[in-house]
Design a protein. Structure first.
Length: 437
């Protein structure tokens, strides 16, 4: 731990003893080796202690880093409340501490304090690992600790450029998670939203030659099949409500779509969720296929104008938030996500701000930006992230946000630049790795 230029005022960093204190310590009688080691171990394992445990560098990369004088400034902020792994970016009840890191170490939380621990068996009792800082090819990388939860990249720290989304990535608004299912650019190529969901892609097969002339449709009450409109039984209902016309069922399913651009001349943004029968409560099939023919989707969704994005809502609480797909067209406008009724993707949750975040289509990329929300916009980090890429990075683990930035040895100031929004494009996690390499 290298002392900073400013006087030491952090209560979690111990200053060097004065000459008088050193003489008083030397004058005290020495205890036996066993008692001394027991006392030192108890001091290290005290729940309230905030020891910075750093061992001498032994690896070649660490030795090279020591010779070049590279280091990382680490600033950790912990919210006083522990609620759904959230961090309140507007709260003043935040515990903050800072370190200058020269060696590979692990950031751990003990209560409301964040400490640095060298990789090894010794650690403070009751500590929770947050993240690990490792060295590869003379550069620092941030990676997931051994027993750590998922790391989340804080998007507000990459503003104003934003973050380029990719298919398969997961991001979080407050305590609500989304997965990017589909991204279609302005060229489109005739692509339309893929509304298939894992575990909910059942196919119903029917025989168009089946003679059921006397059975009525439970929606229009007309008996027998019509022209290119067979009678099918897609659910578990029995008796006089067993059959329904295919066109009647498709008309009903289309009316259940929650359109987000009603009244506009070119609709195409909506929320799709798997439908169930309102009578028997069984799930309706996603595809319909005649015997010997090709399958077709049951829902005839309206065409969506490219560019558009398809987001899958990932929620554990199925009683309050149903699983489904948000299809939003970005033609001529940006997609807004928030709690407001005017949002393109509306989430009725107390952890979501009124206008929480936006997704826009810029120069062939889908860019996610945070709108100074209370609980932040986060993107799941799936691989080690470099620190020495010339920009500050912030990661959230639970109620703690850890910010890291390279520190120049000669000046003692942070090596962070402010990019020009007209010249610097949005970044991704892979862009940071490429810049470091």
């Amino acid at each position: 731990l290298k002392p900073t230029a400013a006087p030491i005022s952090d209560p979690f960093i111990r200053a060097a003893p004065t000459p008088a204190e050193a003489r008083a310590t030397r004058a005290q009688p020495r205890s036996s080796g066993a008692h001394r080691h027991t006392a030192e171990r108890a001091k290290r394992e005290a729940p309230g202690s905030a020891l910075v445990q750093l061992s001498p560098m032994s690896s070649p990369a660490a030795a090279a880093c020591s010779s070049t004088g590279c280091s990382v400034k680490v600033i950790a902020k912990t919210w006083a409340r522990d609620s759904h792994d959230l961090f309140d970016f507007e709260s003043t009840e935040v515990r903050e501490c800072s370190f200058e890191l020269r060696h590979p170490a692990t950031c751990a939380r003990v209560g409301d304090d964040v400490v640095l621990q060298h990789a090894g068996p010794s650690s403070a009792r009751g500590s929770e690992p947050l993240l690990s800082v490792v060295q590869r090819d003379h550069a620092f990388y941030v990676d997931k600790a051994a027993a750590c939860r998922r790391l989340w990249l804080v998007i507000r720290d990459v503003a104003p450029n934003g973050y380029r989304l990719r298919v398969g990535e997961c991001f979080k608004l407050g305590r609500f998670k989304f997965r990017v299912r589909q991204l279609v650019d302005e060229t489109g190529g005739g692509a339309q939203p893929d509304l298939s969901l894992e575990g909910m892609d059942a196919t119903y097969s029917y025989d168009p030659e089946q003679c059921i002339e006397s059975m009525p449709c439970r929606i229009c009450l007309m008996e027998g099949p019509g022209e290119d409109d067979p009678l099918i039984k897609p659910c578990k209902c029995k008796g006089s409500i067993e059959y329904v016309h295919l066109k009647c069922l498709r008309y009903w399913t289309k009316s259940r779509l929650q359109s987000t651009d009603a009244g506009q001349s070119d609709p195409g943004s909506y929320f799709y969720r798997p439908l169930t029968c309102e009578l028997c409560l069984s799930s309706l099939p996603a595809f319909i296929m005649p015997v010997g023919g090709k399958s077709a989707p049951l829902l005839e969704a309206p065409p969506t104008k490219p560019p558009f994005v398809v987001l899958e809502s990932v929620s554990r609480d199925s009683r309050r938030h149903s699983r489904g797909l948000h299809v939003v067209s970005l033609a001529g406008k940006a997609c807004t996500l928030g709690r407001s009724h005017d949002s393109d993707v509306r989430i009725a949750d107390v952890s979501i701000s009124r206008c929480h975040a936006t997704i826009s289509y810029e120069q062939g990329h889908f860019v996610l930006r945070d709108n100074k929300s209370k609980f932040g916009t986060l993107v799941a980090l799936n691989r080690p992230l470099p620190v020495g890429a010339g920009r500050k990075v912030s990661l959230q683990v639970g109620r703690t946000v850890v910010s890291l930035a390279p520190l120049r040895e000669e000046s003692g100031c942070l090596d962070v630049f402010v990019p020009c929004p007209r010249m610097t494009p949005a970044i991704t996690g892979s862009d940071l790795a490429e810049e470091t390499q």
